[in-house]
Write a protein that binds this ligand. Structure first.
Ligand code: SF4
Length: 315
């Protein structure tokens, strides 16, 4: 794990003084070695580097960019549980991630509520919520939990009769595949009575490697359905060429594109924003170029809405 700017700059062969670094960022640099090794050396505008480098521009307030852009806190009936959509609920299973993504919509989330006693209470709530069929393990990143802790929580969810589906949201299989490839967890999932979906998070084809392919194949072999969500980010993947290459490479690794999120307007991420008209133009080009199953849904999360909002031409 790399948490020092100097160590990162050594690895990617860039001088720290050539970058507009925020060395005291309250959301500090954190990047796994695997992800850092996919960054092109000597390239300050590398699309992977841009996702993880604390930039001084993050300190500049931007109108409309706020701490909780998707209304997590208004859908937070008790600590550790987010309930926005019919039939599904989300457990904040971990306060940590293996990587700090600069555009993260939860970068200001009060993660003290991800303590075990809170999600234990949240699981008790789920036992009585018979309209909930699907539980999403999120965070932070649930893969930062120990293998035993994850297996325990899955066991508790399996014991709730009205649950049919387990969804795991994790960026770890992409950014640190060696940490996600866990034999006991995979064995647990392969035997689970719950239908399991792993939604990974990958924004650029360069993030995918032989190691991610091996890790993702292990989940497929365990009977897990694999989907990807990405975020449309200026300077990272804001072109049809990049997103088409991403969809094709994901598919070669057994993952179907699911969502491409318009940027959630979180404070600090203004530099990644893209006009909706440009997003629509990219979507149109993708649709012309790819079979439908490789075109992710371009969506926006609007606080208080009962589902994610599809991007339309008139936006
Ligand atoms: S892995 Fe996900 S939750 Fe964690 S910082 Fe990145 S976007 Fe945010």
């Amino acid at each position: 794990m790399i948490q020092s700017i100097e160590q990162l700059c050594d690895l990617i062969e860039l001088a720290p003084e050539t970058l507009a670094l925020d060395i005291d960022s309250p959301f500090p640099l954190k990047v796994p070695k695997h992800f850092a090794q996919q960054i092109e050396k000597g390239q300050p505008n590398d699309p992977l580097l841009r996702q993880i480098l604390p930039d001084l521009a993050e300190r500049q307030p931007v109108p409309g960019f706020v701490a909780d852009p998707v209304g997590d806190l208004q859908s937070n009936p008790q600590p550790g549980l987010i309930h926005k959509y019919h039939g599904r609920a989300l457990l904040i299973a971990s306060p940590r991630c293996d990587i700090h993504c600069r555009y993260c919509f939860r970068r200001h989330f009060p993660y003290e509520q991800a303590k075990k006693q809170h999600w234990q209470a949240a699981i008790d709530t789920l036992k009585n919520a018979t309209d909930i069929e699907e539980v999403i393990l999120s965070g932070g990143d649930p893969m930062t939990l120990s293998e035993n802790a994850l297996i325990d929580v899955i066991g508790e969810l399996e014991a709730i009769p009205h649950l049919t589906t387990l969804r795991i949201h994790s960026r770890t299989p992409v950014v640190a595949p060696e940490r996600a490839n866990r034999p006991q967890l995979l064995a647990k999932l392969s035997q689970s009575r719950l239908q399991t979906v792993l939604v990974v998070h990958c924004n650029h084809p360069n993030e995918l490697s032989e190691q991610t392919a091996d890790c993702l194949q292990a989940y497929r072999s365990a009977g897990v359905t694999l989907l990807n969500q990405s975020v449309l980010l200026k300077g990272v993947n804001d072109s049809a060429d990049t997103l088409a290459a991403l969809s094709k490479k994901l598919f070669r690794q057994g993952v179907l594109p699911y969502y491409c999120h318009l940027l959630d307007k979180v404070a600090g991420a203004g530099d990644f924003d893209i006009e909706k008209a440009q997003a629509w133009a990219i979507f149109e080009q993708l649709r012309r170029r790819l079979p439908g199953y490789l075109v992710p849904r371009f969506v926006e999360e609007i606080a208080g809405e009962p589902y994610k909002t599809l991007l339309t031409e008139t936006d």
